[in-house]
Design a protein around this ligand. Structure first.
Ligand code: NAD
Length: 450
């Protein structure tokens, strides 16, 4: 099948490569010429495990091509995937300007029947807007006889395992009331659907809402656990024990109930906000989602509060080693990352940051540029040198079993703030560390106790 993908970001690039891998002829286009040139030169704009090899193999075979010629992409695709960004507008609603700009381009250049697919996360009603936009562009050029379908097919990939998610999706949601479009979409995804039928067909609006409902449910689980963690701290309970206690109930389960320092990334924050806004537009007060969002905002500041309390507010001139910049492990994405809220608060208080992340250093450099109070260290050990404390922000596997003796030697004092609860508090205290984590009592460090 000839497939066009508009937008070569996390979704467009990974999905495009996955579709090429199973034999489709995929043309990915983007308005960012530098990104396209870099891809042509073999440089990927993002880090995702397994993506480089997948892109290289399919690019070399000619099944996966990149370009900036949007009109050529419209002419190429029997199926046209819109995978551009939908960032939050100033009021929190999803900004549809990129989606509608692609729709306009499709309308201007369409030459035969095509299935237009909303892959971007878009508010309920967007497929109608895309359809109207294309129909208007066709009418403006006296081509109203051309037919097309607009389908909602939200993307559920997770950054960090996006390739795996696209090659082996756990569900394929298809929102359409057109039997013809359903058949096209089933054929497109047939290669991913062999193990069991993962296709769930529904009306367009339900498909659009399904994506938001999924992300908002996950964000709710996180905020709920963070609320419990904060309460556990006040009550002298241990949230990790509570987590085990509730996760064993199959109705609750162990997934997504880790306490921490808030969710980030390009999806949960904006999607929760956008659904609150969608609800407002139909006169519905999404009280639960507002609480989820507000808990998350506050949670992103908890580590800074703990650090500041520990040092009695005297952070001026202090240096902190920071492990982890990406919003979660296995990605280089720092959009809305808790690390940024923390670093910016530390800088405002006059502290310096020595940071290390296995993949997100370049992104951090690109975002903040050169500044005296930020050192990007070459290794996790180098970040520790003469720091007043270590702060763990992202739970990369690499951080889970550090050399604690080295840590002690490198840090000015054995002090760790852990936003991800990677270690056992008693074990660290018996090694002489002051270990401050989330939702757990802070034991007295062995040397302090003696
Ligand atoms: P991204 O910002 O990484 O990439 C979007 C790309 O679209 C950019 O390269 C941009 O230059 C390009 N673009 C903008 N306007 C264009 C146009 N008119 N024509 C062609 N290209 C254009 O975004 P992303 O993270 O891939 O997300 C895309 C959509 O998918 C969003 O709606 C997002 O919410 C959703 N989504 C993202 C994820 C994720 O994990 N990142 C997961 C599921 C769904």
């Amino acid at each position: 099948m000839n497939v066009s993908v508009f937008g070569i970001g996390y979704v467009g690039l990974v999905q495009g490569a996955a579709l090429a891998q199973v034999g489709h002829d995929v043309l990915c286009v983007d308005v960012d010429a530098a990104k396209v040139q870099a891809l042509e030169d073999g440089t990927l704009p993002i880090y995702e495990p397994g993506l480089k090899a997948l892109v290289r193999e399919n690019h070399q075979s000619g099944r996966l091509r990149f370009g900036t010629d949007l009109a050529a992409a419209v002419r190429h695709g029997d199926v046209q995937l819109i995978a551009v960004g939908t960032p939050p507008d100033e009021d929190g609603s999803a900004d549809l300007k990129h989606v509608l700009s692609v729709a306009q381009t499709i309308g201007e250049h369409l030459q035969r029947h095509a299935t237009i697919v909303d892959k971007s996360t878009v508010p309920v009603g967007t497929a109608d807007l895309v359809r109207e936009c294309i129909a208007q562009a066709l009418a403006d050029t006296q081509r109203s006889d051309l037919t097309f379908d607009v389908v909602s097919n939200p993307e559920f990939l997770k950054e960090g395992c996006a390739v795996e998610d696209c090659l082996r999706p756990d569900r394929i949601i298809i929102g359409t009331d057109s039997p013809r479009a359903e058949e096209v979409m089933r054929e497109l995804y047939e290669p991913f659907n062999r193990n069991r039928d993962k296709v769930i067909v529904m009306d367009v609006r339900s498909a659009e809402l399904t994506k938001y409902a999924a992300n908002c449910m996950l964000a709710t689980k996180i905020s709920f656990m963070n609320e419990m963690a904060n309460l556990a701290e006040k009550l002298g309970a241990d949230i990790e024990k509570v987590r085990h206690g509730i996760g064993s109930d199959p109705r609750i389960g162990y997934q997504f109930i880790y306490p921490g320092i808030g969710y980030g990334g390009s999806c949960f924050p904006k999607d929760v906000q956008a659904l609150i806004h969608t609800a407002e537009a139909v006169d519905f007060d999404a009280r639960l989602l507002k609480a989820v969002e507000s808990r998350n905002h506050e949670q992103k500041t908890t580590l800074f509060r703990k650090i500041s309390e520990h040092f009695n507010g005297a952070l001026q001139g202090k240096t902190f080693a920071l492990w982890g910049l990406s919003f979660k492990p296995n990605t280089d994405d720092i959009r809305q990352a808790p690390s940024r809220v923390l670093m910016e608060a530390l800088w405002r208080a006059g502290a310096n940051v020595q940071a290390y992340d296995p993949k997100a250093m370049e992104e951090t450099q690109r975002h903040y540029g050169a500044r005296d109070d930020l050192t990007l260290a070459g290794t996790k050990e180098a970040a520790l040198k003469n720091a007043d404390a270590l702060i763990i922000v992202t739970e990369w596997a690499l951080f889970r079993a550090p050399d604690f003796d080295l840590l002690k030697r490198q840090l000015k004092q054995p002090l760790i703030f852990d936003g991800r609860n990677l270690f056992e508090p008693q074990r660290l205290s018996s090694r002489g560390f002051t270990y401050i984590s989330v939702g757990r009592p802070t034991p007295v460090a062995a040397s302090d106790a003696s």
